[in-house]
Design a protein around this ligand. Structure first.
Ligand SMILES: [Mn+2]
Length: 418
């Protein structure tokens, strides 16, 4: 049983019987004229199959706990496709990846007939005529409906007796708990990010513009094997760092300021998400160091605080209170309630197939969760923004900092910038 089959088994255990689940891998989105955006696979589909390919349907039929049937429907490679795009995934490869028997993998042209058979009792060898239809209801509706969704729409309209249920509810729960394979792939993504940041550290002193460093990160992580970035890089010099989602990365680097990087390489569709803040000149000024050490202290203590049983509410309060205490001590604020002026986001989020991963934020931390911890301070009037973010695995033995090898101590950063 491979990991995808294990995950399907867990999903089958969670959902109702007499049901069918349909998940669509997604389609290549049109960009302009004859160009298309790079394909981004539906995360729930990928989680259950390991297949990173457009226009594939996963069908999961459940009669009872013991009786389930899993099928795939995919595109057939034509000679034209072979010459212009390259072959689509073969049934054999899809079977090897997903551990779904080759005999249960069909071409998409068979899909409608298969559904018809399933809905007409006795007309097929499928195990049940389901009364419930699980769909990934997370996706917002699109004006241009992908083929798969169109097909599902027809099913919904034709078989009104099917009660629509949300597959995402169960999948986002399962996806909170990372298995060993997921932890390993996330470690790979983090290591690529580390290499990218090392490249930045090497070039920072000689760089003139934010884009020099953002492009350097892309180059280095691409060379490391990252197919694309986990999210748009933020390389924000000086005051730009006080804008949380600053993505222009096109301003001159202020030589006497600090520069904030929030970035992440990917690996096998999994994310990493790291923030580091470096002095552009190579050395922190006294004031920059004072503020940096505050954020670093909160980063470290919040990581230690993230144990099994801790809630997001508790972790948020812990970090915010500690930041406020430090800031009051240095006279940045007079009252601890004023901290929201300089720290205006929450402490972190789940991370996995999505950078801001799905999950239930009201649950206390449990073993296997991966979260980010990212305190920051943003002081517009001083033209400075600092954030230090690490990726943390929650274990019974305590929090494990998966990005501990990415330097963040003042001395280490200054040494690396020399
Ligand atoms: Mn983050």
């Amino acid at each position: 049983m491979n990991i995808y089959e294990q995950r399907r088994k867990k999903y089958y255990e969670e959902i109702d019987g007499d049901s069918v689940t349909l998940l669509f891998s997604g389609e290549v989105k049109h960009k302009t004229n004859d160009q298309f955006f790079p394909f981004c696979v539906n995360r729930n589909f990928y989680y259950l199959t390991g297949i990173d390919e457009p226009n594939v349907i996963l069908m999961m039929i459940k009669k009872s706990k013991e009786e389930t049937q899993t099928k795939l429907f995919m595109r057939e490679t034509t000679e034209f496709v072979r010459q212009w795009l390259g072959a689509y995934i073969s049934k054999e490869d899809a079977s090897t990846l997903s551990n779904i028997a080759e005999s249960d993998i069909h071409f998409e042209s068979n899909f409608k007939d298969m559904v018809k058979g399933m809905m007409q009792y006795g007309r097929s060898r499928l195990i049940t005529t389901p009364s419930k239809l699980y769909l990934d209801l997370y996706q917002p509706s699109l004006t241009l409906k992908p083929i798969g969704e169109e097909t599902f729409e027809e099913i919904i309209n034709t078989y009104k007796q099917l009660k629509i249920k949300d597959a995402n509810k169960y999948l986002s729960f399962l996806r909170m708990f990372k298995d060993e394979a997921e932890v390993e792939i996330i470690k790979t993504a983090i290591n690529r990010t580390k290499q990218g940041l090392n490249a930045i550290l090497k070039e920072l002193k000689h760089s003139e513009n934010e884009q020099d460093l953002a492009s350097l990160f892309l180059r280095e992580t691409t060379m490391q094997g990252s197919k694309d970035l986990a999210f748009s890089t933020i390389a924000a010099s000086g005051e730009n760092a006080t804008i949380l989602h600053y993505e222009q990365n096109n301003k001159p680097i202020q030589k006497d300021g600090v520069i904030l990087f929030d970035l992440g390489a990917s690996a096998g569709n999994y994310s990493s998400d790291i923030s580091r803040t470096y002095p552009a000149s190579g050395t922190f000024t006294k004031r920059q160091k004072e503020l940096y050490e505050i954020v670093l202290d909160v980063n470290k203590k919040a990581i230690e605080y993230a144990k099994v049983g801790t809630t997001w509410v508790q972790l948020n309060k812990f970090a915010k209170d500690l930041l406020a205490k430090h800031c009051k001590k240095i006279g940045l604020i007079n009252d601890e309630s004023e901290i929201s002026k300089y720290y205006y986001h929450s402490i972190g989020h789940f991370m996995g197939l999505d950078t801001h991963d799905v999950g239930q934020y009201e649950l206390p931390f449990k073993e296997g969760m991966i979260i980010t911890i990212e305190p920051g301070l943003y002081i517009k009037e001083e033209g400075i923004g600092i954030r230090i973010e690490d990726d943390i695995l929650i274990t019974k033995e305590g929090p494990v900092n998966l990005s501990k090898d990415i330097i963040k101590e003042v001395e280490d950063i200054e040494h690396a910038l020399k």
